[in-house]
Design a protein around this ligand. Structure first.
Ligand code: BDP
Length: 682
C-alpha cells in the first residue's frame, strides 16, 4: 500500500524526457566503499532507481569510464583521481553530492566523510529525484547541525505503546521480540532517510519484563535489532530500570555510591558491549512518576547519572538522563509548589557535576508537551552540562493522530526561542546543537509516533511529523515550508493543487488545534489519563500539579515573582522581565504566566473571555475548512489514502465541536459574561 511506503514512494516517473536524463547516471552504480552501511545505500538506490526509472542499474566496485553514480567515503578518496573535493568542509556525518561532467562522461559523486554520510547522500539524491529536480549541476555540501538525532520508542514488551496512537509495537509482541524484522528494517530506512542516528527501543517506564533487556536472556535479541539499525547508521540505546540491581535479584540496594552497585553496573556494561560493541548507552527516567532513582538513597541526580556513566565510559557509551522530574503527588490546595519550576530547581544547582558522557534530556516545556507552553528555562542555564532537547512526535496532547496537528511550526518556534543565555541571539537550537557552550555531546530526541498500523502513524498526514522532526534535527534552520513541500512531493507526487492544499492544511493545523482546545497557554483541560477530549476540570483538583485556577472572576496560573510562584525568575533577565509584566507577556502565553480577570484586554484588543469564545468558534470553522480543502483533492489522491484521511478529518470536525461547546459553556457559566456576538453557547 502507498501509505506504508510513506515518503519513500519511488513512484515510476512518467515524464519520459526526465526519465531519459536520470537514466544517464542511474544505469551504473559504482560503489568504491564496502560495508553494511554502504550496502544499505546501494540497496536503496537500486530499489528506488529500478522503480522510478524502470531500469536495472549495473552495480560494480570500481570506477569505469561511463556515466554513473559513484559512492565513496573519505577512505576511498585515493581511488578518485583528479576529483577536487575538500572533506574539511563537512563534519563526521556530513556529505557532498557533486555532478562532474567531462567530454566523455558525467558522474554524480555521493561522498561522505564516513559511510553514514554516503548513505545520507544517497537518500538526498533520491529525494531530489522524487521531487523531479535537475541533477546535472549538483554541488551540495551538507553537515548535520546536531550530533545526536534521536528517536525514543515508548514501546512495552507486551506490544502496547505508551501514548501510541498507531496500533501496536513493531518491536515486541506478547512479551517477546517480534519476528517481523522487515518491518523494523523499513522503519530504519525511514529514520535514516531523514538523518536519524540513534534510537532507544523501549519505554522510559521500564517494567519488570523490560528490565530483563539488559540480561543475557534478551541481549541476543537486542543485538539482532541493533544490527538492523546499524546498517542504517543508527545506534541502539536501551531505557533501563534504575533499580535493576534490585529488580534482577542481585543486590538489595540501588544506591549509586554503593561499591557493589557500581561494580554490578560495570560488569553489566561489559556484558552488553560483548553483545553489541557499538551500543549507544542508557536512557534513564529516574525519580519521576513513581520510577525508582537516587533520591531513595538521599543521593542527587548527578550521583545517579555518574555511576552509570562510569560503567559505560570505557566503551564510549552515553547516559541520557531525563529531567522530567517533579512531584506527581502534590496537594492541590498548597499553592507554594509549582510543577513548572521542578526541572530547573532539581538540575540547575548540579551544573558542572555530571560526567562528560552524561547528557540531560529536557522536555521542550516545563510542564508536559502541551499544545502551547513556555520553553523550558533550563535550556542555556547549565553551560557546563551537556543538554539535549526532548520533543514529542506522538500526539499525546495534540489530538492523538485523530486530529491533524503538524508540529514542525511549534518545534521551530521552540528552537528559535532566544534564551539570552549568552546575551541577545542565544536561541535554544544553539544550546542543543552544542555550539553555544562547549558540550561534548548534545542534540535532539523525540518520542516516536509510529506503530504497526499499515500506514505507521494512524493519521497518514501524521507521517509529516516524523519526517519533519528528522529534517529539523539535521538542520533546525530549514523553513517549515521547505520541509513541508519536500514531504508532500515525495509522499503524494508532483500535483500542484495537491501540494498547495496539503501544505496549507499542515501549516495551519497546529494553530487550528490550539484554537478549539485549551486557551492562551494554560494547557491541560483534557480527560485524565487518556488525554484525549475536553474536560476542563479534569486535572484541576488532582495531584499532578496541573491547574488553570478558573473561578468566577478569572483564570490562569500566576507564575510571577511579584505575586506568584516565582517561576519567571528561572529565565534570563530579558525573558523574566518579558513574562513578568502583563504589558509584555505575549498573548499566547498569558494564562501560563498570569492569573487575570475574564475582562482583561489582550494585546489583540479583545478580552480574555471574548478571545475564548472567538477562537473556539473559529477553530471549528477552520477544522471544517481543513476537511473542505481535502475534498478538493478527491480525484487526485488514491482512494485508500483519500478515504483514510477524510475519515480522520471528519472525526476532527465533530470532535472540535465538542471541545468548543464544552469550553465555551464552562467559561460562560463561570464568568456570566455573554458572547458579544450572541452565538449559541449553551
Ligand atoms: C507524560 C506521559 C507519560 C510519560 C511521561 C514521561 O503522559 O505517559 O511516561 O510523560 O515523559 O507525557 O515520562
Amino acid at each position: 500500500k502507498e501509505s506504508y511506503a510513506a515518503w519513500l514512494q519511488y513512484k515510476k516517473i512518467d515524464d519520459a524526457a526526465l526519465v531519459k536524463e536520470y537514466q544517464k547516471w542511474a544505469s551504473n552504480i559504482e560503489s568504491l566503499a564496502d560495508s553494511i552501511v554502504i550496502q544499505s545505500a546501494q540497496n536503496e538506490l537500486n530499489t528506488a532507481l529500478s522503480l522510478m526509472l524502470d531500469i536495472q542499474p549495473k552495480i560494480s566496485s570500481d570506477i569505469k569510464p561511463v556515466n554513473s553514480i559513484v559512492l565513496a567515503s573519505m577512505k576511498e578518496l585515493n581511488l578518485l583521481d583528479k576529483l577536487d573535493v575538500d572533506f574539511d568542509q563537512i563534519n563526521e556525518d556530513g556529505y557532498m553530492i557533486k555532478t562532474v561532467t567531462s567530454d566523455e562522461n558525467s558522474t554524480i559523486y555521493l561522498l561522505g566523510k564516513r559511510d553514514a554520510g554516503v548513505l545520507y547522500a544517497a537518500f538526498h539524491l533520491l529525494r531530489l529525484m522524487q521531487n523531479r529536480e535537475k541533477l546535472d549541476h549538483l554541488n551540495i555540501v551538507e553537515s548535520p547541525k546536531n550530533q545526536l538525532r534521536m528517536i525514543n520508542q515508548w514501546d512495552n514488551m507486551d506490544g502496547s505503546i505508551e501514548r501510541g496512537y498507531a496500533g501496536k509495537s513493531i518491536f515486541y509482541k506478547d512479551d517477546v521480540f517480534s519476528e517481523e524484522l522487515n518491518r523494523i528494517q523499513d522503519y530504519a530506512r525511514l529514520l535514516s532517510s531523514v538523518g536519524i542516528n540513534a534510537i532507544s527501543i523501549n519505554n522510559v517506564n521500564v517494567h519488570q519484563v523490560e528490565t530483563n533487556l539488559i540480561t543475557s536472556s534478551l541481549l541476543p535479541k537486542v543485538t539482532e535489532v541493533a544490527s538492523i539499525f546499524r546498517a542504517y547508521g543508527i545506534k541502539t540505546f536501551l531505557s533501563i530500570n534504575y533499580a535493576s540491581t534490585i529488580q534482577l535479584g542481585d543486590l538489595d540496594t540501588a544506591d549509586p555510591l554503593d561499591p557493589e552497585v557500581k561494580e554490578w553496573w560495570k560488569n553489566k556494561a561489559k556484558e552488553i558491549y560483548r553483545f553489541i560493541p557499538d551500543f549507544g548507552g542508557f536512557l534513564v527516567k529516574a525519580d519521576s512518576e513513581h520510577r525508582p532513582g537516587p533520591f531513595t538513597y538521599n543521593r542527587n541526580h548527578a550521583d545517579g547519572a555518574n555511576m552509570l556513566a562510569e560503567a559505560l565510559e570505557p566503551f564510549g557509551g552515553l547516559v541520557i538522563w531525563r529531567c522530567f522530574v517533579y512531584n506527581c503527588l502534590q496537594d492541590w490546595r498548597d499553592r507554594s509548589t509549582d510543577r513548572a519550576r521542578a526541572a530547573y530547581d532539581h538540575f540547575k544547582p548540579l551544573d558542572g557535576q555530571f560526567h562528560e558522557n552524561v547528557i540531560l534530556q529536557i522536555k521542550n516545556g516545563p510542564m508536559d508537551f502541551q499544545v502551547r507552553e513556555a520553553v523550558s528555562p533550563l535550556f542555556g542555564a547549565m553551560p557546563q552540562t551537556n543538554q539535549m532537547m526532548e520533543f514529542q512526535v506522538t500526539q499525546e496532547y495534540t489530538g492523538q493522530q485523530r486530529h491533524l496537528c503538524y508540529l514542525v511550526p511549534q518545534w521551530k518556534e521552540i528552537l528559535d526561542f532566544d534564551t539570552y543565555a549568552n546575551g541577545e541571539g542565544s536561541p535554544v537550537k544553539q544550546v542543543v546543537d552544542g555550539s553555544m557552550f562547549p558540550y561534548r555531546y548534545s542534540g535532539i530526541a523525540a518520542v516516536s509516533n509510529i506503530g504497526n498500523d499499515y500506514n505507521w502513524t494512524g493519521h497518514t498526514l501524521a507521517q509529516a511529523n516524523l519526517y519533519g522532526f528528522g529534517r529539523l534535527t539535521w538542520n533546525p534552520d530549514l523553513e517549515a515550508e521547505t520541509i513541508t513541500n519536500e514531504w508532500i512531493g515525495q509522499t503524494f507526487g508532483q500535483d500542484e493543487l495537491v501540494n498547495e492544499q496539503i501544505s496549507q492544511m499542515l501549516l495551519k493545523s497546529w494553530e487550528i488545534y490550539e484554537h478549539y482546545t485549551s486557551p492562551l497557554g494554560v494547557g491541560w483541560m483534557v480527560n485524565p489519563h487518556y488525554h484525549y477530549g475536553p474536560n476542563v476540570d479534569g486535572y484541576e483538583y488532582s495531584v499532578w500539579g496541573t491547574y488553570h485556577f478558573a473561578d468566577c472572576h478569572g483564570i490562569g496560573v500566576d507564575r510571577t515573582v511579584q505575586t506568584g510562584t516565582g517561576y519567571t525568575a528561572q529565565y534570563f533577565k530579558e525573558n523574566t522581565e518579558m513574562y513578568e509584566s502583563l504589558d509584555t507577556c505575549p498573548d499566547e502565553l498569558l494564562l501560563f504566566f498570569h492569573h487575570v480577570p475574564y475582562t482583561h484586554k489582550l494585546k489583540s484588543g479583545v478580552t480574555v473571555i471574548q478571545h475564548i469564545y472567538n477562537t473556539h468558534f473559529e477553530g471549528v470553522q477552520e477544522a471544517e475548512e481543513l476537511k473542505e480543502r481535502w475534498t478538493t483533492l478527491k480525484d487526485r489522491i488514491n482512494s485508500e489514502r483519500y478515504e483514510d484521511i477524510l475519515n480522520r478529518l471528519e472525526e476532527q470536525v465533530s470532535h472540535s465541536k465538542e471541545w468548543r461547546d464544552i469550553i465555551n459553556t464552562y467559561f460562560y457559566r463561570k464568568s456570566g459574561i455573554a458572547d458579544e456576538q450572541n452565538r449559541k453557547i449553551y
